[in-house]
Write a protein that binds this ligand. Structure first.
Ligand code: ADP
Length: 255
């Protein structure tokens, strides 16, 4: 049986006296691609940031069996080391080359020999489909899709068990977005990395997600496969899938 790598129970997060998430329950299985859906401002990023230990919360957030709200700092550090994170803006350092950017997490940790660092960086770049000559380019010299891939390579550099992606395909043209999805799916299959991603991109949702949750009114409206989610009797979801922007829905439903 596939175990839950992340289990969230009764999660509550407030900013000041405003509660943003209340009684949230989700389960992410080991090795799956899990999507967090919901309107803008519904609390998707807050949920992800809580799992990343960047927000104060109450309730249970269990990652690989460790309850983060009760864990000591050593256990929390171990869990943090198993995370790779790519935020929306891809946020590469503009004054560093791609290779130097990808190497940053390696240099922050142990004292590793430069030759080994560069070998690891080259390997990670090749894993996301970027070739050798990208190593010495600066972020401004890359296309949007390549920048996202470089940020993904950096998220992968410490061999994470789980990667967190916040709207990874936003701002990309459809071809680059499909290419990025393909890369995520290949990494997930090849390395068994669990992927947790926030997306508004229905092509990604139907194309590569195994399961998903929908955040609504501070809670989880639904959790399940894309098929389960699509068949929820909910006005916002129906509008999302059946409205003008529900591009792949029709093709997917005919499979
Ligand atoms: P989403 O990712 O679904 O767009 P967020 O999790 O970013 O939603 O935000 C959920 C709600 O919490 C929004 O109303 C947002 O304005 C509010 N919020 C997010 N971060 C903060 C913060 N640091 N301080 C106060 N309010 C915040």
């Amino acid at each position: 049986m596939v175990r839950n790598i992340i289990k969230v129970r009764n999660l509550k997060v407030s900013y000041g006296d405003r509660t943003v998430l209340d009684s949230v329950n989700i389960s992410v299985k080991d090795g799956e691609i899990y999507t967090i859906l919901g309107k803008s401002g519904s609390g998707k990023t807050t949920l992800m940031r809580s799992i990343l230990m960047l927000e104060k919360s109450t309730g249970i957030i269990e990652v690989m069996g460790v309850d983060l709200n009760k864990a000591n700092n050593d256990d929390k550090d171990l869990i943090k080391k198993s995370y790779g994170v790519m935020f929306q803006a891809a946020s590469l350092f503009t004054s560093l080359t791609v290779g130097e950017n990808v190497a940053v997490p390696l240099k922050e940790g142990a004292n590793i020999d430069n030759n080994i660092i560069f070998d690891i960086v080259r390997f990670k770049l090749s894993l996301v489909g970027l070739d050798e000559n990208v190593f010495n380019l600066y972020p401004y010299e890359l296309s949007g899709g390549m920048r996202k891939k470089a940020a993904l390579a950096r998220a992968l550099v410490l061999d994470p068990k789980i990667i967190f992606l916040d709207e990874p395909t936003s701002g990309l043209d459809p071809v680059s977005a499909d290419d990025f999805d393909k890369t995520i799916s290949e990494l997930n299959k090849l390395l068994g990395i669990t992927v947790v991603m926030i997306t508004h991109d229905l092509d990604s949702f139907f194309g590569i997600s195994n399961r998903a949750c929908v955040i609504r009114d501070k809670k989880v409206l639904a959790e399940g496969t894309p098929y389960d989610i699509m068949h929820q009797d909910d006005k916002w979801l129906k509008n999302l899938f059946f409205g003008n922007r529900g591009r792949k829905f029709t093709q997917w439903n005919q499979r």
